[in-house]
Ligand binder design. Structure first.
Ligand code: CA
Ligand code: CA
Length: 170
């Protein structure tokens, strides 16, 4: 079954599926039939983890800028010790692309990424046009099968404020 990445292509298709990142819903379309069909959905774990539902330390949530997914974003992420922790689920152990959707409306920024409490490196976040504009930055991470903890932290040496919309793993 085809995955569609925009709603109009999905609407014009005869069958397929579409994940609506705003509504957090998966739409499935099948050709009409009088017999019963079973649909097994695999790969929908690539849907994003919204930062506003993550574990938050010294940061807040907000919705006062446009173009976010879910119900808002993490705000007040601008000082040493500020931390966002995501519990993510991986079907397999191995390498994944971790994509951070962020806004850095004022300056270039940097954060440190931890996977299962192991420091896996710095992530450089180029300045976005303004606070209503979002960019994706991807790094490779190794996940265990099952539950993993991903932390995005303002560590020593990191700099400037960002907002985080979500992360995704593919
Ligand atoms: Ca803060
Ligand atoms: Ca969000």
């Amino acid at each position: 079954m085809n995955e569609y990445h925009d709603f109009n292509s999905f609407k014009n298709s005869t069958s397929g599926w579409f994940y609506d990142q705003k509504e957090l819903l998966t739409f499935i379309k099948l050709t009409s039939s009088t017999s019963i069909r079973n649909v097994l959905m695999e790969g929908v774990n690539s849907a994003p983890y919204e930062a506003e539902f993550a574990e938050l330390q010294n940061v807040t949530t907000n919705d006062n800028h446009a173009n976010y997914y879910g119900t808002g974003f993490v705000d007040g992420f601008a000082n040493i010790g500020d931390l966002v922790t995501f519990d993510v689920y991986s079907e397999h152990s191995g390498q994944y692309n971790l994509t951070l959707r962020y806004s850095a409306g004022a300056f270039d920024a940097q954060r440190t990424v931890y996977v299962n409490n192991l420091n896996v490196g710095k992530i450089l976040l180029d300045k976005t046009t303004n606070w209503d504009t979002w960019s994706d930055k991807t790094i490779q991470v190794t996940l265990n099968k099952g539950k993993n903890k991903i932390k995005i932290k303002y560590d020593n040496g990191d700099y400037t404020g960002i907002n985080i919309d979500n992360i995704s793993l593919n």
